[in-house]
Design a protein around this ligand. Structure first.
Ligand SMILES: Cc1cc2nc3c(=O)[nH]c(=O)nc-3n(C[C@H](O)[C@H](O)[C@H](O)COP(=O)(O)O)c2cc1C
Length: 360
């Protein structure tokens, strides 16, 4: 079990060219008050840290640019393993309706590649209008600011109480929509899977050939109604096969070829169709991993799409180094990448470290 040092580390890069953000200062002060806290405001202060509970706080102003954050991002990307054994959460406030989610994904992806774990729903955003809190405010019978305070307090609670659950024999569910006869992504998965099968139960589900219809976008009450019986408006393979397998698994692995710098349509439909199940169940105890193969470039965009959808929105835990990215275009050319077997093995070993109780 991962141990964390006591207290909270707040990393809040302060760009002197920006106007002060009193809303963010107020909300942060109130949320961190119960915890013993250390605050870093300059990227220069950032060195490799281990086993800390870290809250990243970003003021993006009106233009979405925080130059001190850019320096921090460079340090995170260039200092190997600089967040090893840490758990993170992110609070972003802006004087704009844009940028908060995109910057949040970028930061989480970089920190995760450097070893940081993120619990489900690790990002709270305050857009300029706080209209993103209208639904929560209605549910909590408060105003937008009240809902914002509530969300940040809950974020701190998730961060400060986080413990990663390990399993004697992890149940792994791999979901794909690829053709076994040609797919680089499935070939890469084969290289990873062979190192898991001795100590995990591995199930695979194929969502090929239009078996999955995209989400109908039913009204919330209708979606909830179907969700109560672990069902959905459309039924089919998603309800009969995928929902039970998701409920059963400890880790979901999504096998994603890069299609137009995005998750392919079948996999995207699968993620959208989790909404009915999500109306009943939260996935905080389940981990999400992904394999992304691009013909040319852009694997990071696809990985950020996965973490945005499944970790930030749908509450799956993001284990350290959740994504394996590779570049290969022609069928089976993945086999020609010189170190691909070692990379696949290292990825499988990391999965085991993130999921499995040792000496079971
Ligand atoms: C419809 C389609 C769109 C694609 N778009 C991209 C792309 O935007 N960027 C890229 O790097 N590769 C792109 N590719 C190439 C695949 O990512 C590449 O073939 C890779 O090996 C993964 O696919 P596979 O697992 O099906 O073999 C695309 C392939 C297809 C069929």
């Amino acid at each position: 079990m991962q141990e964390y040092k006591a207290g909270l580390l707040v990393i809040a890069p302060e760009d002197e060219g920006q106007q002060q953000n009193r809303r963010l200062q107020t909300i942060l002060q109130q949320a961190i008050a119960p915890y013993e806290t250390e605050v870093w405001r300059k990227a220069e202060a950032f060195t490799a840290i281990k086993q800390r509970r870290v809250l990243f706080v970003l003021n993006l102003g009106a233009d979405g640019v925080n130059l001190e954050y850019q320096k921090l991002l460079r340090k995170i990307r260039t200092t190997a393993d600089c967040l090893e054994g840490c758990v993170g959460a992110v609070l972003i406030d802006a004087d704009s309706e844009l940028y908060t989610k995109a910057v949040g994904r970028e930061l989480v992806f970089a920190a995760n590649q450097s070893g940081c774990v993120f619990p489900g729903k690790p990002l709270v955003e305050g857009t300029a209008s706080l209209d993103n809190f209208l639904v929560q405010a209605r549910n909590l019978q408060t105003d937008r600011m009240g809902a914002y305070h509530h969300a940040v307090e809950a974020l701190l609670d998730r961060l400060m109480t986080f413990e990663q659950r390990l399993h004697r024999q992890p149940q792994i569910l791999a979901v794909h929509a690829s053709n076994r006869a040609t797919s680089n992504t499935l070939t890469l998965w084969g290289k990873v899977k062979q190192h898991l099968e001795d100590s995990c139960r591995v199930q695979e589900i194929s969502l090929q050939n239009g078996t999955v219809v995209d989400c109908n976008g039913c009204p919330y009450q209708t979606c909830r109604h179907f969700g109560e019986t672990c069902s959905c408006f459309y039924g089919g393979v998603i309800v009969e096969e995928v929902y039970p397998a998701i409920l059963d698994c400890d880790a979901l692995v999504i096998l994603c070829p890069n299609y137009n710098d995005a998750v392919s349509a079948n996999l995207s439909a699968f993620i959208n169709r989790l909404t009915a199940l999500f109306s009943q169940v939260r996935f905080y105890e389940k981990a999400v991993f992904c394999l992304v193969v691009s013909g040319y470039s852009g694997g990071d965009i696809v990985a950020k799409q996965i973490l945005g959808a499944l970790n930030m929105n749908k509450t799956f835990l993001l284990p350290s180094r959740f994504a394996l990215l590779a570049t290969a275009n022609d069928p089976f050319s993945i086999n020609k990448i010189a170190d691909i077997d070692q990379r696949a093995q290292a990825f499988a070993q990391n999965m085991l470290q993130q999921l499995r109780k040792e000496h079971a």
